[in-house]
Design a protein around this ligand. Structure first.
Ligand code: NAD
Ligand code: UD1
Length: 357
């Protein structure tokens, strides 16, 4: 299949592109690089060609700003540099490539920032999805995998969280995801030809085992594991543990961490399912168990053999004590279950971190 991947240069998108290419699909990667780096292409190419990154031709290949750019991976990966809100560009992309399905990652994703800049979040996440859906309809492409988030469960009333748990938005980011989920439901109700998966990710961490692609947040990370990795690498002094008085086994917050490569594999399975069955699919993608902040920290210290200094500070506003997924539906429907454990997640993050300047 030829698959359009919006936001394909980002953290989850890049790992998913790799899996798609490895499975023999042709990828059209559309990204405006507002939260990613062109260097991810060199990493992808090095992995695909199994060449050392320095020898990867993508490093030298020019990126064609006008549209489809050469990536050194031929038809396996075509880069379109642009914005998902650009209807004209999307029309060109659908006209130029025989796209059969779309995976829509492109979005802004920082919860705190969404509170400060709500209009930017609604514009990017909501308008971006609307423009994309209309372009898909015009092109007759009706298969879509959408990146949703566990944030749609708001403050969960019980764990593990099932897909039929109450939904709630506690910030503009979460609201934008909930709204797009609702729009997708309406679209599927109106036209049975649509095949849509709404995948609710829990806490993706880790990196490709090569260490050549990974999560590269701009500035100081706000998420736990990228922050811990930088403390272990000596780039940040110490971790602030937000709250030591939660009703959890050690008082720190419990989350469901899932390896980004497991997540990438989940997207492939979702596409296969949609291809075979159609309909509207809504699934949690998580590891299916919770780890506390201190458990993650200790594991990271172990695999990196580096101390991670920390201090316990007051709770972060908006955080919940525990959030982890019931992943039974993904197993039953897709046959998908996260395979990589916390040690692997931390080790792969560490391998990636060590390669960063
Ligand atoms: P990311 O920021 O690394 O990737 C998003 C990519 O989209 C970036 O490359 C960015 O440049 C691009 N982008 C953003 N707006 C764009 C636009 N208007 N046009 C074109 N490209 C645009 O984020 P990620 O962690 O890979 O997340 C991917 C998706 O998964 C997002 O929709 C996010 O909300 C969702 N999600 C992420 C997490 C997480 O913890 N990482 C959890 C739940 C859901
Ligand atoms: C956050 C977002 C969520 C988003 C996810 C992935 C909020 C409220 N939720 O989830 O919508 O999908 O990121 O991008 O922002 N922690 C520390 N110190 C730190 C950082 C985190 O103690 O410096 C703790 C947190 O309190 C939490 C755990 O580590 O208990 C995980 O935090 P984080 O990685 O930010 O993810 P979430 O808060 O679960």
């Amino acid at each position: 299949m030829s698959i359009l991947v919006t936001g394909g240069a980002g953290y989850i998108g890049s790992h998913t592109c790799l899996k798609l290419i490895e499975a023999g699909h042709e990828v059209v990667l559309l990204d405006n690089f507002c939260n990613s780096h062109r260097s991810v292409l060199a990493g992808l190419e090095a992995i695909v060609s199994k060449a050392p990154v320095d020898e990867a031709p993508a490093k030298k290949a020019p990126v064609d700003k006008a549209g489809a750019g050469k990536t050194g991976m031929g038809k396996a990966l075509v880069l379109v540099e642009g914005d998902v809100r650009d209807a004209g560009l999307l029309g060109q992309v659908f006209a130029a490539h025989s796209i059969e399905a779309v995976i829509h990652f492109a979005a802004l994703k920082a919860v705190g920032e969404s509170v400060q800049r709500p209009l930017d979040y609604y514009d990017n996440n909501l308008s971006g999805s609307l423009v994309l859906l209309k372009a898909m309809r015009e092109a007759g492409v009706k298969t879509l995998v959408f990146s949703s988030s566990a944030t749609v469960y708001g403050n969960p009333t019980q764990v593990p969280i099932r897909e039929d748990a109450p939904l709630e938005a506690t910030n503009p980011y979460g609201h934008s995801k909930l709204m797009v989920e609702g729009i997708l439901e309406n679209v599927c109700q109106a036209d049975a030809a649509w095949r849509v998966a709404r995948l609710r990710y829990f806490n993706p961490i880790g990196a490709h085992e090569s260490g050549l692609i990974g999560e590269n947040p701009q500035g100081v990370p706000s998420n736990l594991v990228p922050y811990i990795a930088r403390v272990a690498a000596g780039k940040l002094a110490k971790l602030q543990v937000y709250g030591g008085d939660y009703p959890t086994r050690d008082g720190t917050g419990v989350r469901d961490y899932v390896h980004v490569m497991d997540l990438a594999e989940g997207h492939l399975k979702a596409l296969e399912y949609l291809h075979a069955h159609g309909g509207l699919l809504t699934l949690n993608l998580g590891g299916g168990r919770g780890y506390s902040v201190l458990e993650v920290l200790r594991m990271f210290e172990q695999v990196s053999a580096s101390p991670v200094a920390f201090e316990v500070v007051p709770r972060r506003p908006g955080d919940v004590a525990e959030c982890w997924a019931d992943t039974g539906a993904a197993l039953k429907i897709l046959g998908w279950k996260a395979q990589r454990n916390l040690a692997t997640m931390c080790l792969d993050t560490w391998r990636w971190q060590k390669q960063q300047a």
